[in-house]
Write a protein that binds this ligand. Structure first.
Ligand SMILES: Cc1cc2nc3c(=O)[nH]c(=O)nc-3n(C[C@H](O)[C@H](O)[C@H](O)COP(=O)(O)OP(=O)(O)OC[C@H]3O[C@@H](n4cnc5c(N)ncnc54)[C@H](O)[C@@H]3O)c2cc1C
Ligand SMILES: NC(=O)c1ccc[n+]([C@@H]2O[C@H](COP(=O)([O-])OP(=O)(O)OC[C@H]3O[C@@H](n4cnc5c(N)ncnc54)[C@H](O)[C@@H]3O)[C@@H](O)[C@H]2O)c1
Length: 439
């Protein structure tokens, strides 16, 4: 039995059914989960429409078409064709091998928990009293607010701020930490901040929301730095937490800590007496993207089908699909400092590539991070056009632990942004492997 039919759950269920197993998938909302209807697909569609200069009306029509008008009949039919029994309703674990779905008990040998995540609202006074969008509403309603405040400057906040600013809303972003995309290398957040400011976005960095108050038809927000903002709509993008509560995980002896993921080992098994419980996707707190959810699903599938497989998270990309795209993979400088890794950094401005001249866009930079002790590439960040496409080879290099001397010998086509990694790779190879050739 698979509990939750989003990106992870669908993948596990379909794979098991195709392998001849008897599979039921329990889903209490839409088969397909968040990604196709309320997250990845509609947000990328709107960002693409903004880039193409479409009108808001056309962009909304295209978004809704790509999101299948938030109807899951085709996704459910595909699963049924694969042989999966789709059970509509809310699942709750009653004990080992037993799940209740809206009053009916179902027995199973193995259980895969794929219940995803839910948005966290900031704990500001007055916020519950004002109308607040989460990304679900921002990506499914047709309204274009005149003045929009986005709470949070993480991936969701940055993507949404760029979408709404591009279509003409007056957007403010309130980010409690001092910069956008705090988890990534500082230059990436700065590049994005620069791009958003050029679009007229008002960035309030280092300020948290303190108080929200309804004022006639609009909302007034007071910030921790003493500033105020008046808005017609507030969009909370202040983070998400794994959906672990109310599932009955305690009946399996699994400790549930609000805000934390279901614990999983390297095979994505949930340690509990008796075994037979697995988890994949956002609910683990490890995966935070659709591709990571799918990866964990493949790991679960393999283990359930009898071939032991361990997950390796060293090279899962993290992409913010704004202009410029921010692509990160592996260890960030901040994470390296936490881990006590002596990082060697080499960077390159995209302006120095011929491609930048061709595209008439000289913004962006790439930085590569190597571990001095091991002499290996362990992380990278790029802010620039199409970085989500041309940085993939770095993910492969990190995952395969490709020697720097070999990476420095790889040739990229001219004129591409991909050429931008050649000089930093030669630089790192020269500094860490003693290769004679320097950038
Ligand atoms: C605005 C936004 C944009 C994003 N953009 C990207 C992107 O561009 N690229 C990317 O890789 N990632 C992106 N993500 C992240 C991505 O959407 C998630 O990582 C991914 O959807 C997680 O898949 P999942 O299967 O773990 O969970 P979900 O897709 O959330 O599926 C969980 C399912 O479980 C169901 N469920 C929960 N509890 C129960 C229960 N008790 N009984 C029955 N059913 C239940 C839910 O209804 C849901 O359908 C974005 C996220 C957001 C919010
Ligand atoms: N392209 C992608 O792959 C993609 C796109 C969007 C989202 N996602 C995933 O969705 C998840 C959620 O993203 P997110 O951006 O909502 O969360 P996040 O946790 O990454 O960022 C939330 C931000 O809100 C700020 N914040 C929190 N409370 C605040 C307050 N009271 N006032 C002001 N700022 C406050 C935090 O400092 C943080 O920077 C992430 O796991 C992300 O990986 C992925």
């Amino acid at each position: 039995m698979v509990l939750g039919g989003g990106t992870a759950g669908e993948h596990v269920a379909a794979g098991l059914a195709r392998a001849g197993r008897d599979v039921a998938l329990v889903e209490d909302h839409l088969v397909g989960g968040r990604s196709p209807y309320f997250a990845c697909v509609p947000s990328k569609s709107l960002l693409m429409s903004a880039r193409r200069g479409e009108t808001w009306e056309l962009a909304v029509a295209r978004r809704d078409r790509l999101a299948a008008h938030r109807a899951d009949d085709r996704a459910a039919a595909r699963l049924a064709e694969d042989g999966v029994t789709v059970v509509r309703g809310r699942g709750r674990i009653l004990g080992p091998g037993l799940v209740d779905v809206d009053g009916t008990e179902h027995a199973c040998d193995d259980l895969v928990v794929c219940t995803g995540s839910e948005p966290v609202l900031p704990p500001a006074d007055g916020l519950p009293g004002v109308p607040v969008w989460t990304s679900d509403e921002a990506l499914s309603v047709p309204d274009l607010p005149r003045r929009l405040v986005v709470l949070g400057g993480g991936p969701v906040g940055c993507e949404m701020a760029q979408v709404y600013a591009a279509f003409g809303s007056q957007v403010s972003v309130v980010e409690a930490s001092g910069r956008l995309l705090t988890a990534e290398a500082p230059f990436a957040g700065e590049a994005l901040a620069d791009s958003l400011r050029r679009m007229g976005v008002d960035l309030r960095l280092g300020a948290a929301l303190a108080l929200a108050e309804r004022k006639d038809a609009c909302v007034r927000l007071w910030l921790s730095d003493g500033g105020t903002i008046d808005a017609d709509r507030v969009l909370s993008a202040a983070g998400r937490r794994p959906r672990v509560e109310g599932l009955g995980l305690e009946t399996l002896g699994v400790a549930v800590v609000p805000g934390e993921g279901v614990p999983v080992d390297e095979t994505c098994a949930v340690p509990c007496a008796g075994g037979g419980v697995w988890a994949a996707g956002d609910v683990t707190g490890v995966a935070r993207t659709a591709h990571a959810a799918r990866y964990q699903a493949r790991v679960v599938l393999s283990n359930l089908l009898g071939k032991r497989r361990e997950a390796d998270y060293r090279a899962i990309p993290r992409v913010v699909h704004t202009t410029p795209t921010v692509y990160s993979v592996g260890v960030s400088p901040g994470r390296a400092a936490e881990l006590g890794i002596d990082l060697v950094t080499a960077g390159y401005d995209l302006a120095a590539t011929a491609r930048a001249a061709v595209e008439a866009d000289d913004r962006g930079r790439v930085e590569l991070y190597a571990d001095r002790a091991r002499g290996l590439l362990i992380g990278a960040t790029a802010a620039g056009l199409y970085a989500e496409e041309w940085m993939s080879e770095i993910a492969l290099a990190i995952r395969a632990e490709t020697p720097l001397s070999l990476l420095a010998d790889v040739v990229h086509a001219f004129p591409t942004y991909g050429e931008s990694i050649e000089a930093p790779l030669r630089d790192l190879a020269g500094r860490l492997c003693g290769t004679a050739e320097r950038p």
